[in-house]
Design a protein around this ligand. Structure first.
Ligand SMILES: [Mg+2]
Length: 226
């Protein structure tokens, strides 16, 4: 296989189920930061944000760029926001290094925007604000129109077309049957790997769907995939 598409949440990251509901919420921070930068009240800042794009579907870093507001504080906010909420497991780091050593191309296929993906990967030392040496490209929630990411029915078809990928040489890494494995296979992608770090069995296969407990088990049990 040449191309590895990967989901982010629950696939490259592991999410903690701790209660983190306190503290400033991201949209409040965004409004406050725009208000401070543009020296206007928070209500006015929110109006300007919404005039720059729909915050539900537009990457907020792009909105800041359109408003001429520096993005550094939003990056730092998100790093602190996600730090108690998720981690990058060791087998993710090993897997991405392994794929890079073998010159495989890894692209994200996620509803996360490129920047939010970078924030999350940066928590494991895998990225910074400029990019990630382990990731060749990013297909995020706002990559195609409509900006629905994985919730768009033709998301994987669009990725294959945009990347010029041969579906027979493409694998999807994910953690959800409904949003990762099934739509990828429906688009003609050769196989899907579903990771569940809580499952008891290391590895089992169900046709084109490969279930693993971690990426070590994938490499050990299916070396021909690489
Ligand atoms: Mg996921």
């Amino acid at each position: 296989m040449q191309t590895f598409l990967t989901d982010i949440d629950g696939t490259l990251t592991m999410e903690y189920s701790v209660n983190c509901s306190g503290g400033l919420q991201p949209f409040e921070f965004l409004c406050d930061w725009v208000a401070e930068s543009l020296q206007c009240p928070a209500g006015e800042a929110e109006k300007r944000i919404r005039a720059a794009g729909d915050p539900e579907t537009t990457c907020w870093f792009r909105l800041l760029e359109r408003l001429n507001v520096p993005e550094g504080p939003l990056w730092n906010f998100f790093c602190e926001y996600y730090r108690p909420r998720l981690s990058i497991p060791e087998d993710t780091v090993e897997m991405l290094s392994f794929l890079k050593e073998r010159n495989k191309r890894v692209y994200t296929a996620t509803t996360n925007s490129r920047k939010i993906t970078l924030v999350k990967l940066s928590l494991g030392g895998l990225a910074d604000t400029d990019g990630s040496p382990w990731i060749s490209g990013f297909f995020g929630g706002d990559s195609f129109d409509p900006a629905l990411g994985k919730f768009a029915p033709d998301f994987f078809q669009n990725i294959l077309k945009a990347g010029g990928f041969d579906p027979a040489q493409t694998v999807m890494l994910g953690n959800e049957m409904e949003h990762d494995a099934r739509p990828a296979l429906n688009a003609g992608i050769a196989c899907a790997v579903l990771i569940d770090r809580t499952q008891t069995r290391d590895f089992y296969r169900d046709g084109k769907i490969i279930h693993v407990r971690n990426y070590r088990a994938l490499r050990e049990n299916l070396p021909e995939l690489f």
